[in-house]
Design a protein around this ligand. Structure first.
Ligand code: ZN
Length: 210
């Protein structure tokens, strides 16, 4: 089987998404890039039933290369991120708090220093229908200088050097959105300024970014 390790990683992380609150049913998807090939979650298969041979391989333009199932409808977004960044893995999710925030704000502000781990305040990009080149274009624009983007009335996308890092960033983003929501219940949160976030970003290093 081609890209066995990458396909096994896609299965393992696809299965984690529902339990981690990052997606409902089969709505999230993950991918791993090696060279000019991308291993990506197939569409419409229950993740508990997913086997490595079910994972699809596509090229960087999204054309199918291997696999007996149809790839995720968000192939255009995954491949657009790979073409635009040095990403080794991409995670697309529908987490509750990030999606709730996407209906209220233009960006997740500096509510905690971990925002710097995502490159800074995370943009919310305008709505576009799922699976479209338009959504892919908006997502990549929103990722400029960031490793996470929130998609209005839809969900979120993160990337990293490898799948564990991309997935951890999705968890971090959701935790930050939840933190903001919880703080807002109590009052107007004090935010970190650009200088404080920049200092945190330098302390973290700039790995995973172009
Ligand atoms: Zn989606």
């Amino acid at each position: 089987m081609r890209m066995r390790d990458e396909r096994e990683a896609v299965v393992a992380y696809s299965r984690r998404m529902a339990g981690d609150g990052l997606a409902v049913g089969t709505s999230g998807n993950v991918s791993v890039r090696t060279g000019d090939l991308v291993a990506i979650t197939p569409t419409g298969v229950a993740y508990e039933a997913l086997d490595p041979q079910d994972v699809c391989l596509v090229d960087l333009d999204g054309a199918p290369v291997d696999g007996h199932l149809r790839p995720s409808s968000e192939v255009p977004m995954h491949t657009a991120v790979y073409r635009a960044t040095d990403a080794g893995a991409v995670v697309h999710t529908h987490p509750l708090y990030a999606t709730a925030l996407s209906t209220l704000l233009d960006e997740l502000p500096g509510v905690h220093y971990l925002v710097a781990q995502l490159g800074g305040p995370v943009r919310v990009v305008p709505y576009a229908p799922y699976g479209t080149e338009e959504l892919a274009r908006l997502g990549v624009e929103g990722l400029a200088g960031r490793t996470a983007v929130i998609l209005a009335n839809h969900g979120a996308t993160t990337y990293g050097a490898h799948l564990e890092q991309a997935y951890t960033r999705s968890l971090t983003l959701e935790w930050l959105c939840r933190l903001w929501a919880e703080a807002r219940k109590l009052g107007e949160p004090r935010l970190l300024d650009a200088g404080q976030l920049e200092a945190a970003r330098i302390a973290f290093g700039s790995y995973g970014q172009r």
